[in-house]
Design a protein around this ligand. Structure first.
Ligand SMILES: CC(C)(COP(=O)(O)OP(=O)(O)OC[C@H]1O[C@@H](n2cnc3c(N)ncnc32)[C@H](O)[C@@H]1OP(=O)(O)O)[C@@H](O)C(=O)NCCC(=O)NCCS
Length: 223
């Protein structure tokens, strides 16, 4: 592809061609199959410049783009509606800051710190660390939530994002980080397990009339 010199720079990782080389080519295929794809993913996630920041105005257009991506895919997450940007956009950074400091919290909410994973001028993902737990968060949500920009999944960013968020959680004096995921969310499961999440149990939850199972994990920090 024009201007792209490495598979990790392309959004289609793995593309059909790379998958075919990696899995199907009897002469040049990978041993074990998929090893080349894994290397490219690691390379992609290890790009210099990938960093976690507090949300800031200069990345707002890119964040809005992330919100659009989720809406287009119809993936359920807590991103605000991009079509209502005029309502939430102007106050977003201030609201994140208030949430962090515990100002004007909604009933039942605890202080929480938001982060954006950025590279160059692009928001790659977002994370949220709840400073403490509530009975609701203990069943669903836990200390840390995270999401990667649609179109950038499967490139290792989720694993790096959680690793960086865990470092921030440690700074917030969280000792046993509770992390939860929907039982069917295999990618999130892997992200947690790769970050040393120790499986605790699976609990039944109901949200907006929908029943689902939530896996709960603990990551020990600061020991
Ligand atoms: C969950 C999410 C954060 C994962 O991010 P990601 O950048 O795709 O994760 P990674 O690329 O680091 O992949 C982590 C592992 O999951 C695996 N994986 C990724 N997508 C997968 C899929 N669709 N099916 C199965 N495994 C998958 C990867 O292969 C990798 O495992 P491996 O290292 O053993 O190969 C991302 O899919 C996302 O943002 N989803 C929507 C929001 C969400 O569900 N957030 C989590 C709420 S608990």
């Amino acid at each position: 592809m024009e201007g792209i010199t490495h598979c990790g720079e392309c959004e289609a990782l793995p593309c059909d061609k790379l998958r075919a080389y990696s899995y199907d080519d009897p002469e040049h295929g990978d041993k074990p199959p998929g090893a080349r794809i894994e290397r490219c993913r690691r390379w992609a996630a290890d790009k210099p410049g990938l960093r976690l920041i507090r949300p800031e105005q200069s990345f707002m257009d890119s964040y809005l783009d992330v919100c659009r991506g989720y809406k287009e895919l119809g993936v359920k997450h807590h991103f605000p509606d991009p079509d209502e940007f005029e309502i939430w956009g102007p106050g977003l950074i201030r609201r994140f800051e208030d949430d962090r400091l515990g100002i004007n919290l909604k009933d039942g909410y605890v202080p929480a710190s938001a982060f954006w994973l950025v590279m160059g001028g692009e928001v790659i993902g977002e994370g949220n660390i709840r400073h403490s737990l509530t009975p609701v968060l203990e069943r669903f949500g836990g200390h840390i939530g995270y999401a990667v920009r649609a179109g950038r999944w499967g490139m290792g960013y989720g694993s790096v994002l959680l690793a960086l968020l865990l470092k921030e959680a440690e700074k917030l004096n969280i000792k046993n980080a509770l992390i939860t995921c929907n039982e069917e969310n295999i990618a999130s499961r892997r992200v947690i397990e790769k970050n040393n999440g120790v499986y605790i149990d699976t609990v039944d939850n109901t949200y907006e009339g929908e029943q689902f199972k939530t896996r709960r994990y603990m990551v020990l920090l600061g020991y």
